[in-house]
Design a protein around this ligand. Structure first.
Ligand code: TYM
Length: 332
């Protein structure tokens, strides 16, 4: 038995992933997989809280698995699986619903945003999203959850729910902690640097997708909004556009932000934006090629998902069994 701590995270297989998803989540996972017992899920149950095209959802599920592997997540080391393959997620979610208040769900920023964007379909699942997310994390007794800044509020709720349950009975769940990147926990929109870069942004020029080709990536960076003045300096308050680009450059080039500032001292915005675009394209091109190769091997992907689901289900059943016992579900 190893005594590694457990780490859990997931991504929804919706739309096209952006470099924000890569930097805030996947890149962080890569560094952590050696030292933790990792579970990385494909959150298709979360995805259906917004209407999805079924054929596309299926395709994107496999594409996301191929992307995890192409980015360097090793299925031998980490448990990679699809959320809906482990029924315990829905089962624990139901129990946790009874430890969650309607008022606190109504106050969630993401719920408010998504309700406004999908006013025609403000379904119960959309509101329950954070409880399902809590169930994901708590089933595996995860100590750490590496996510982007936008998930902080959901993580706080997962902690509250865990503590509430533990206090009502006896300690049952590990209370999880978020792990946020020091640089890159929030990548912003290239056209509107006050907003986070999003998979579902209205202006596609503001988001760089992991599937964008080299020319598109470079074009988007060339058009990125910068700030008044001409200095290339990290100052998120006064220079949000340039600071966002420096963050992206730092992550994709492997240089620190001060090193990047020094590199571009005295140079113009045009040069700088081109260099950022090139750094991103250089990194993404091999990942895209690898993803395509992996995606062609359906048998391999199915095998990864099958063994992932078995491993995940085993651990999840253990936690769910404890929960059912504590709440008084009669067991045979
Ligand atoms: P999703 O698919 O919306 O986002 C996946 C991950 O990408 C991060 N992220 C960003 N990071 C930096 N800058 C950005 N602009 C940016 N945009 C997105 C998100 O913070 C996230 O880490 N609810 C989760 C999926 C989920 C989950 C879980 C996560 C379901 N169950 C359990 C952790 C634990 C989500 O929004 O994914």
């Amino acid at each position: 038995m190893d005594d590694k701590k457990t780490l859990y995270s997931a991504i929804q297989p919706t739309n096209n992933l952006t470099i924000g998803n890569y930097v805030g989540a996947i890149k962080n996972w890569l560094n952590l997989q050696e030292n933790y017992d990792c579970y990385f899920a494909i959150a298709n149950m979360h995805a259906i809280t917004v209407r999805q095209n079924p054929a596309e959802l299926r395709q994107k599920t496999l594409a996301l698995l191929a992307l995890y592997i192409a980015c360097g997540i090793d299925p031998q080391k980490c448990c990679l699986y699809v959320q809906s393959h482990v029924p315990a997620h829905a089962e624990l979610c139901w129990v946790l619903n009874t430890f969650t208040y309607v008022g606190e769900m109504e106050r969630m920023t993401q719920f408010k945003d998504k309700s406004a964007r999908h006013a025609e379909n403000v379904n119960m699942g959309l509101m329950d999203y954070p409880v399902l997310m809590a169930a994901d994390i708590l089933l595996y007794q995860a100590q750490f959850v590496p996510v982007g800044e936008d998930q902080r509020q959901h993580l706080e709720i997962a902690r509250d729910i865990a503590q509430r349950f533990n206090n009502a009975y006896t300690p049952t769940f590990t209370v999880p902690e978020g792990l946020y990147m020091k640089v890159g926990a929030k990548i912003n929109d290239l056209q509107d640097p006050a907003k986070k870069m999003s998979k579902s942004a209205e202006n596609p020029n503001g988001s760089v997708f992991l599937s964008d080709d080299r020319d598109t990536i470079i074009r988007k960076f060339k058009r990125a909004v910068t700030d008044s003045g001409s200095e290339i300096r990290f100052d998120p308050e006064n220079k949000p556009g340039v600071s966002n680009l420096l963050t992206i450059y730092s992550v994709f080039s492997g240089k620190t932000v001060p090193e990047a500032e020094a590199e571009f001292a005295g140079r113009g915005y045009g040069d700088f934006k081109l260099a950022v675009g090139e750094a991103v394209a250089d990194k993404l091109q091999p990942v895209q090629r690898e993803q395509e190769k992996i995606l062609a091997d359906r048998e391999y992907l199915n095998a990864v998902l099958k063994s992932g689901a078995e491993r995940a289900a085993h651990i999840a059943a253990r936690t769910l069994g404890k929960v059912y016992k504590k709440i008084g579900f009669y067991q045979i």
